[in-house]
Write a protein that binds this ligand. Structure first.
Ligand code: AMP
Ligand code: MG
Length: 420
């Protein structure tokens, strides 16, 4: 259960004014508070072909044994081991290709059999075809076999009644194969969440448009949309929103009317050009948090017309990191997922971190195999606006508040593939 909510030991930041809370909040505290506020969400049946990445809404039990019958693991000959006496060859009494079921094995004979074909009643051993030869019509076995060899027994993989996949599990490719092996054609999973995405900023243009002086391209939209979609959610694109109270309020209303969660980027500071805070408060409620996280820091969370709302920082790297660390677990929990947080792995720092920080840092890093395990290097450009570092990295290296590092020290990393 989450620890009681409280502000972390904060560091006052006199350079930026206007935040409601002057104390910085830890990532952990904020995450616990967010996760305690996740609304529940329904389930639906989906065919396996549409189920990749979906989260199971029920436990799944096996209704059959897999494999359903003893079958051959090799192309070869099925026989009774006691029928091999001395070097005496055996006649071949039947032929069983995959998909066919043979008759009971005649005593003192062998059955020609193929991989996946059912073992005929009476046979207890399969001889691989490379371990024997045909002398005319007779089978000569050239090895000393073990009883039961090359037979995959019924239920070897799964036995009927066994729990196969637990509620809350996120389906990967192998799971779809596993479910299919049980004859399951559709599964009950969390319904698809619609997430409305709005990009605030007068300076923004979409790729493909010409840039005038002072303008930049909207990089948050495709990046956040992809992150949202990778969680199995559907993106409702509200587009670019001008930095005016009217445009912001109109966009928020449209967003809340069309989705289960609203996410905006930018405009969550409290300058005159930042209207998200005031307009969300006018339509609902809002916490504007100053997080002890770098990159990141400002994060807004609240409700717009009852719909959960996240206001991410405008800087692309900050938006990426805050989404992956805080919004992702929220959207996963909303879908009933049990695994919400990525594992942290120890690695050896191949860099120095001489200055202790007042916020927990998530450095864009690359983990590479070294002589003594994983080594981690960091991108030279750690600015919260420099997306090339995110594209380059395969992990985030976590530097706790107040910590310095020397080359060779242990540093914990989160792999990007576990959060994006
Ligand atoms: P803001 O939080 O609106 O003050 O934005 C912080 C910084 O992020 C500014 O430099 C913005 O130009 C930039 N920014 C905001 N939104 C986006 C976006 N969608 N794509 C790229 N940069 C953005
Ligand atoms: Mg802005």
């Amino acid at each position: 259960s989450p620890p009681p909510l409280q502000f972390c030991r904060g560091v006052k930041d006199s350079k930026r004014r206007g935040f409601i809370n002057v104390a910085l909040r830890s990532v952990e505290t904020t995450l616990h508070q967010l996760l305690a506020d996740v609304p529940s969400w329904g389930a639906e049946f989906r065919n396996l072909a549409q189920a990749l990445g979906a989260i199971l809404a029920t436990d799944v039990y096996a209704q059959i044994d897999v494999p359903p019958a003893d079958n051959s693991a090799m192309d070869g000959y099925a026989l009774r081991i006691d029928d091999l006496v001395g070097d005496r060859p055996l006649p071949i009494s039947q032929r069983i290709p995959a998909g066919a079921t043979g008759g009971a094995l005649q005593a003192g004979t062998a059955a020609r059999i193929f991989t996946g074909a059912s073992i005929p009643p009476g046979a207890d051993t399969v001889i691989a075809q490379e371990d024997c030869e045909l002398i005319g019509e007779l089978l000569q076995v050239n090895v000393t076999p073990r009883t039961g060899q090359h037979i995959r027994p019924r239920g070897q993989d799964i036995t009927r009644g066994q729990l196969i996949l637990a509620k809350g599990h996120r389906l990967v490719a192998a799971d779809l194969g596993l479910l299919a092996s049980l004859g399951i054609a559709s599964v009950q999973v969390a319904r698809r969440i619609r997430v409305a995405l709005m990009s605030t900023g007068d300076e923004l243009r979409e790729p493909g448009q010409a840039l005038a002086d002072g303008q930049i391209y909207n990089s948050n939209r495709p990046m956040l949309a992809a992150l949202i979609e990778s969680l199995g959610a559907e993106v409702i694109d509200i587009g670019i929103v001008a930095d005016t109270p009217e445009a912001t309020r109109d966009a928020l209303k449209r967003a809340a009317a069309s989705a289960e969660v609203v996410i905006s980027s930018g405009g969550v500071s409290v300058g005159e050009e930042d209207h998200v805070k005031a307009e969300v408060e006018a339509l609902g409620s809002l916490n504007l948090w100053k997080l002890a996280i770098k990159p990141g820091k400002p994060l807004a969370y609240g409700r717009v017309l009852e719909v959960p709302f996240f206001g991410l920082p405008g800087n692309p790297v900050s938006g990426f990191v805050t989404f992956c660390l805080l919004v992702r677990p929220y959207l996963l929990k909303m879908q009933g997922a049990t695994k919400l947080l990525p594992p942290q792995w120890p690695a050896r720092a191949q860099f120095e971190w001489p200055r202790a920080g007042t916020r927990q840092e998530y450095l864009r890093a690359r983990v590479v195999p070294g002589d003594e395990g994983m080594e981690v290097e960091i991108h030279p450009q750690q600015s919260s606006g420099a997306l090339s570092s995110v594209s380059w990295c395969n992990a985030l290296a976590i530097i706790p508040i107040g910590k310095t590092l020397r080359r060779g020290d242990r540093v914990d990393v989160i792999f990007l593939q576990d959060i994006s």
